[in-house]
Design a protein around this ligand. Structure first.
Ligand SMILES: Cc1cc2nc3c(=O)[nH]c(=O)nc-3n(C[C@H](O)[C@H](O)[C@H](O)COP(=O)(O)OP(=O)(O)OC[C@H]3O[C@@H](n4cnc5c(N)ncnc54)[C@H](O)[C@@H]3O)c2cc1C
Length: 302
């Protein structure tokens, strides 16, 4: 009922895309997830503002997503509105010492463009399939680098409609998380400070890092990358392998035989399969080592 009301309100003003009962499996890299009551892809900030304002008016739940590359959406789907911030909010502005980019740009494509533009710093992002907003929220990182090393300012839109510029020093970034997780806001754009670089060297570095990923990661299957965070001074993948979990399968979900910290969708996996498998892995690793693995992926929905 509330969705019908929202659709009526948005009918004349919303420029983006609205999809009712949209399977979230189409919007996650795991290719898993039940339907969202409504999936809204804003074409501009005005669309996003309208969504927030109408959701607030009738107390409709909402959830922001990017490329869904760190998400496990449960089989019952998501009640309310899923707001997908995508490439229509993905403009880059070049600055003398870096760039400002809107949150919906692909993080990998941003890294490539920054190298082409003569900057260095983001080459490690090659192979991270999220968008910039998700990368900031998750404090994405690889090869000992992390995004927070480059962020100077973030533009956010609070659920109340208030737009704010937040300095990076006021955000609490840590390993694969920030204190923006779970807050009622959308990241609109991010300023990154980068150093001058050499295009040929940067392109070669990215090529090499992508080759390493292809070699080590099961990129032939849908996944959400690393499922668990590395515990201090160890690797989740090493612990999972040592606990004998490689190849462990529940339904269509399998602990990758190539990289033990990946759970891959080997065919029609349900979220429940992944959740059961994650619990089995945690249990076996804890029994073997006493270490409780903490999920890196965000589980949402019902
Ligand atoms: C094959 C593969 C390899 C990967 N390798 C790495 C890696 O090396 N390093 C790494 O760190 N990660 C890696 N990941 C995980 C993932 O790509 C990153 O965490 C990515 O930054 C998530 O971005 P996203 O746009 O997909 O976010 P989503 O998964 O859509 O969302 C993640 C979280 O961010 C929130 N969010 C997203 N956008 C916004 C926004 N604009 N405003 C507010 N909240 C927002 C969501 O609500 C959610 O809580 C990998 C994933 C895959 C599939």
């Amino acid at each position: 009922m509330s969705i019908d009301w929202l659709l009526t309100q948005l009918a004349d003003s919303f420029s983006g895309s609205l999809r009712v009962a949209e399977p979230m499996s189409k919007h996650t890299t795991w290719r898993i997830g039940g339907p969202a009551d409504l999936l809204a892809i804003p074409a501009n900030e005005r669309d996003l503002l309208s969504l927030f304002s109408y959701c607030q008016e009738i107390g409709l739940p909402w959830q922001i997503i990017g490329r869904g590359s760190n998400l496990l959406v449960k089989d019952g789907g998501i009640r309310g509105v899923v707001i997908k911030i995508d490439r229509s909010l993905g403009k880059i502005t070049w600055l003398p010492n870096g760039l400002y980019a809107q949150a919906g740009i692909s993080f990998m494509s941003l890294a490539q463009k920054s190298v082409e533009h003569g900057f260095t710093g983001l080459e490690w992002a090659c192979g991270i399939p999220g968008n910039l907003g998700g990368a900031v929220i998750m404090n994405a990182g690889a090869y000992k680098a992390q995004l927070s090393d480059y962020v100077t300012k973030i533009d956010i839109l609070e659920y109340t409609g208030c737009k704010k510029e937040v300095m990076a020093s006021d955000i609490d970034f840590s390993y694969r998380k920030s204190n923006l997780v779970g807050k009622p806001l959308a990241i609109l754009g991010v300023s990154l400070q980068l150093k001058p670089g050499n295009f040929v060297e940067g392109r070669e570095k990215m090529r090499q890092l992508c080759a390493i990923r292809r070699d080590k990661q099961p990129l032939e299957y849908p996944s959400a990358g690393s499922v668990f965070k590395n515990p201090p001074n160890d690797f989740a993948g090493r612990l999972i392998e040592a606990a004998g979990c490689k190849g462990l399968t529940v339904g269509g979900a399998q602990v990758s035989t190539k990289h033990a910290n990946f759970i891959v969708n080997i065919g029609h996996a349900q979220a429940n399969d992944v959740i059961t498998l994650m619990a089995m892995v945690q249990d076996r690793v804890e029994k073997m080592s006493g270490i409780v693995l903490e999920p890196e992926v965000h589980v949402i929905g019902e």
